[in-house]
Design a protein around this ligand. Structure first.
Ligand code: FE2
Ligand code: FE2
Length: 275
């Protein structure tokens, strides 16, 4: 069951003068990725064939993700009335598709799949929290808060199912950490870069992965504060079975924050954005 509905949001309260132009391209890109969640449900249903409880949960999960796409898409059309969410999604579907017809997880096990899902939700919950904290536009702030809360619930959902499988599959901490980190670094793969390209660039501009990911990350990473990385690292620690909220986690969160700020400058410089 959805925890909130599009109709609940105060769409009349949109304030154009408070829109940060650097946030709009991020919201456009995120909207089509979110709406594409039903493909992931098909993939997950193949991976978890025979697990009716999880398949049902994955169906509800996808409907919430689709609503994220719809809410963000609607907001982006208010911010940029020349942009069309449904058209952009159609073009995104044509440009990027995942292989859903699988017989096992690409992560090597069901536990591994659920760890990867936990990492995606860690990324999305921190992303929307950072945007909610950064934007002064009241409608987007409210939407991002609702979405961030959903994403954190999704993290808990996949985390609980992961523990169910961990009892059977017995993946050690290092194996879990390896899967978690490999999924974190995949955030620079083609999914986000293609979404950025389709939703922001003119179709006469050729696709250039390096430019698109730099355009996306150079903007997105700007909005992260130390407290968001504290939470990200705590969620990664928790998923991999390492005690969170420790001195070690604090130190790593601090390092990750500074690495991200350095990386943001590199990306911004590459595409001529102010750092
Ligand atoms: Fe989402
Ligand atoms: Fe989610």
């Amino acid at each position: 069951m959805k925890h909130w509905r599009m109709e609940q949001m105060n769409w009349e309260g949109f304030e154009p003068s408070k829109v940060d132009p650097d946030i709009v391209p991020l919201i456009k890109a995120a909207s089509v990725v979110e709406r594409n969640a039903r493909d992931y449900t098909d993939y997950l249903k193949h991976v978890f064939v025979g697990d009716a409880e999880f398949s049902q949960a994955a169906t509800y999960w996808a409907e919430e993700e689709v609503q994220h796409g719809d809410a963000l898409g609607k907001w982006a059309m208010l911010a940029d009335p020349d942009w069309n969410y449904k058209d952009a999604f159609q073009r995104y579907r044509e440009a990027y598709q995942i292989d859903t017809d699988v017989s096992a997880s690409i992560r090597g096990s069901r536990t591994g799949e659920l760890i990867a899902r936990c990492m995606v939700e860690t990324g999305t919950s921190s992303f929307y929290t950072s945007l909610a904290d950064a934007t002064d536009e009241p409608l987007l702030k409210a939407i991002c808060k609702q979405i961030a809360a959903d994403e954190y619930r999704h993290f808990k959902l996949f985390y609980d199912h992961m523990h169910r499988y961990l009892d059977r599959e017995k993946l050690g901490r290092w194996a879990r950490l390896k899967i978690a980190l490999s999924r974190v670094f995949e955030s620079e793969d083609d999914e986000l870069a293609t979404a950025y390209y389709i939703t922001n660039d003119s179709m006469t501009t050729p696709y250039d992965h390096k430019r698109c990911i730099a355009s996306y990350m150079g903007r997105a990473m700007k909005f992260y504060q130390q407290k968001h990385l504290d939470r990200v690292t705590a969620m990664i620690f928790k998923t991999t079975g390492i005690t969170p909220h420790s001195r070690t986690q604090q130190v790593i969160a601090h390092i990750v924050y500074h690495l991200m700020k350095w990386q943001q400058k590199v990306f911004a410089h590459r595409v001529g954005l102010p750092a």
